[in-house]
Design a protein around this ligand. Structure first.
Ligand code: HSE
Length: 428
């Protein structure tokens, strides 16, 4: 019999249990595909005596993930605990130092320590794989690393936090304000233990920084991601954006230009009839553009037992087959230092303001925009209905700095009630 590949699995939550189920339930299929059996040698979690719906009795048990990572009978350390530092990082470092391959679903750890871990993996000559860290079951890491290796990637976009997409599409569908839907999502158990990771865009920002490193051959630069969460997206803007033919998504965009790499994760308008615009509920989507391939769109479940375990097992199978791809696509030492773009590239913007019913109010706003070199593409004013009138403006592409300067002045105009809202529109 050929030599089995032996796994040590740390973390037996939803994803860990899902991995055990696949290894147990698909043993023949995995062996046929990998040319060798996949076995579990040992597992570990914070609590031992809990019903996880899987039989763990055949496996060794380790309370200490570092000890699990270093076990002689473990070939691949599968880290499914999470957390950017602490036991997850310590055990992954221990595994790499001991010459073990590592598979992880830990986006925060890779976003913050990806370079050091990739260098450690290269130094040990072992794989470090992380398909499950980005967009759950969607094989977007593999797509970038392998299928698109012949391309110069120009842009990567993604809706990579299912909870935020659930909240935004539910607000729209039910006509509910953010706070109500946030509470619903909390009750449904959709949110991370620290909800800011989801609604603040941090979780999705981690994922974007990881994809960006592969796409543009640069060191992971999470600090370079401009982050804005969905907490201030109003049902008004969702409705008004819809009137103008757009939907609001928590959209990640990483793009390379002469100027450097721009990375942002923020509420963004996309055309309602585009694949991104049509994305409903907790589903994720990753859009990749390359000079040779054009645009590809990958859509699927971004979280959950089956999809995330599927991604982990894809990595395990690659290791079993002996596939060797550098962690971020090129040897870690040759990844370029992050090249942050000095100035943001121009984009069309959606503006919403409330104007008092006074002669010259709209003209004053248009004049200020014009004085900052911002041209209006489309505009719509609703009726005053006894009070201030909402005005929607879609601009031609302009730089955020020009827009900020104009909005600063518009906010001071006495005809304008409240603070104007400005959101970027992404051409997709
Ligand atoms: N909380 C994430 C989401 C899944 O809602 O998509 C884990 O990254």
């Amino acid at each position: 019999m050929t030599t089995p590949l032996r796994l040590g699995i740390a973390g037996l939550g939803t994803v860990g249990a899902g991995v055990v189920k696949i290894v147990q339930g698909q043993a023949d299929l995995l062996e046929a595909r990998c040319g060798r059996p996949i076995r579990i040698a040992a597992v570990g979690a914070r609590t031992r005596n809990r019903d996880r719906g899987v039989d763990l009795s055949p496996y060794g048990w380790e309370d200490d993930p570092v000890a699990l990572a270093k076990r002689d009978d473990v070939d691949v350390y599968v880290e499914l605990m999470g957390g950017s530092d602490g036991p997850a990082k310590a055990s992954v470092e221990a595994a790499l130092a001991a010459g073990k391959a590592v598979v992880t679903a830990n986006k925060a750890m890779l976003a913050l320590h990806g370079q050091a871990l990739a260098e450690a993996a290269d130094a040990a000559g072992v794989p470090l794989r992380f398909e499950a860290a980005v967009a759950g079951g969607i094989p977007c890491v593999k797509a970038l690393l392998e299928g698109l290796a012949g391309n110069r990637v120009t842009r990567v976009m993604g809706v990579m936090n299912g909870t935020c997409n659930y909240i935004l599409t539910r607000m729209e569908g039910a006509g509910l304000p953010y706070d109500d839907v946030f509470r619903e999502a909390l009750d449904l158990g959709y949110l991370e233990a620290d909800p800011t990771l989801d609604v603040g865009g941090i979780d999705a920002g981690h994922k974007l920084a990881i994809l960006s490193a592969i796409a543009f051959g640069q060191r992971v630069d999470f600090e370079g991601v401009t982050l804005q969460g969905i907490e201030r997206v109003s049902i008004d803007d969702i409705r008004r954006a819809g009137d103008m033919g757009y939907r609001i998504k928590l959209l990640g965009v990483a793009q390379a230009g002469a100027n450097g790499v721009e990375q942002s994760m923020r509420p963004t308008l996309v055309p309602a009839d585009s694949p991104l615009g049509q994305l409903e509920g907790a589903t994720n989507m990753v859009v990749i553009e390359g000079d040779a391939v054009g645009q590809i769109v990958l859509r699927g479940a971004g979280a959950g037992e089956g999809p995330t375990a599927s991604a982990v097992m894809g990595d395990v199978c690659d290791i079993a087959r002996g596939c060797a791809v550098p962690v971020f696509g090129v040897p870690a030492q040759t990844l370029a230092p992050a090249r942050r773009a000095a100035t943001a590239s121009p984009h069309a913007h959606y503006l919403r303001l409330s104007l008092r019913d006074e002669p010259g109010a709209l003209a004053r706003v248009a004049t200020i925009l014009g004085e900052h070199g911002i041209s209006i593409d489309r505009m719509r004013q609703y009726d005053h209905d006894g009070g201030d009138a909402p005005v929607l403006i879609v601009t031609h592409p302009c730089r955020p700095a020009e827009l900020d300067a104009a909005l600063g002045r518009i906010g001071d105009v006495p005809f304008v009630a409240g603070t104007p809202v400005a959101l970027q529109i992404q051409g997709v």
